[in-house]
Design a protein. Structure first.
Length: 265
């Protein structure tokens, strides 16, 4: 499996605090069946307003070397979780190789948990005009997207992609987020599942638990695409092989799903 979104770099953001924790996360991921991790530190978020890309590159190099020394065969790739801000387009033009996954055209975009700013469609249009393919990080956790799923639907229809957290399907963030994740899955609006790992205990870099649930609900083909086929295409900067037609949200419908519900029979 490929984990496209993980805060594994030591001492960079709110993920691994030091090298020992980062190594433990790598070992945890490998034991779970993850062969590749994209390190996606927060950038342009709160006190991380000016990303030190040289320091990020150095941390990634050091961690890769530590993996080899410890016999952890996980491949470490470059990426970032890019916080939405007013001058994002200018930052992308200046620092695109540092912000996009593996220096390609896909880029994670993070919204504040309780806000989606006015003009986001215009921003996404501008990003796409620059050749950027936005991946919206864990929208199931955003209260605005939860209340107004049609807004996320519009962004996906424009050409944006959606990454949900594995922990969302496990109830790690609460019942409301779990229901939101299943609603996105049922509407075929998820293109990737990643760990968003921050540590071995708090939010571990694992995917198999969520994968079992998604496989049961949505089938083997869709589940595999979310953790292997589509992430591999991102790393190779190619077209996603599995992009189902997203379904328009039904007005005011509350999605209460059990983990055994099969959506696509």
């Amino acid at each position: 499996m490929i984990d496209l979104h993980c805060h594994i770099l030591p001492g960079v953001d709110d993920g691994a605090k030091n090298m020992d924790q980062a190594i433990a996360m790598g070992r945890c991921a490998w034991d779970d069946g993850i062969e590749t991790i994209v390190a996606t530190p927060h950038v342009y978020r709160e006190n991380i307003s000016q990303a030190d890309f040289a320091a990020i590159r150095q941390k990634r190099k050091e961690l890769g070397r530590a993996f080899r020394e410890k016999g952890i065969p996980v491949q470490l790739m470059a990426g970032a979780e890019v916080h939405i801000m007013h001058n994002l387009l200018e930052e992308v033009k200046k620092n695109r190789p540092e912000l996009a996954v593996n220096g390609g055209s896909y880029m994670f975009v993070e919204f504040p948990q309780d806000h989606v700013f006015f003009g986001v469609k215009e921003l996404f249009f501008d990003l796409m005009s620059e050749g950027i393919k936005p991946i919206i990080a864990h929208p199931e956790r955003n209260t605005v997207f939860m209340r107004k799923p049609s807004l996320l639907y519009d962004l996906v229809r424009m050409g944006a992609f959606v990454q949900s957290n594995g922990g969302s399907f496990l109830g790690r963030y609460g019942r409301g987020v779990e229901e939101s994740a299943f609603a996105l899955l049922e509407r075929r609006s998820i293109h990737f599942i990643a760990s968003d790992g921050h540590g071995v205990r708090s939010i571990p870099p694992t995917l198999t638990g969520a994968l079992r649930i998604v496989r049961e609900a949505a089938g083997e083909e869709y589940a595999r695409a979310l953790v292997q086929d589509n992430p591999e295409a991102v790393l190779n900067d190619g077209s996603l092989p599995y992009v189902p037609d997203t379904m328009e949200p039904r007005a005011r419908q509350k999605y209460l799903r059990t983990r055994k519900r099969k959506f696509f029979e």
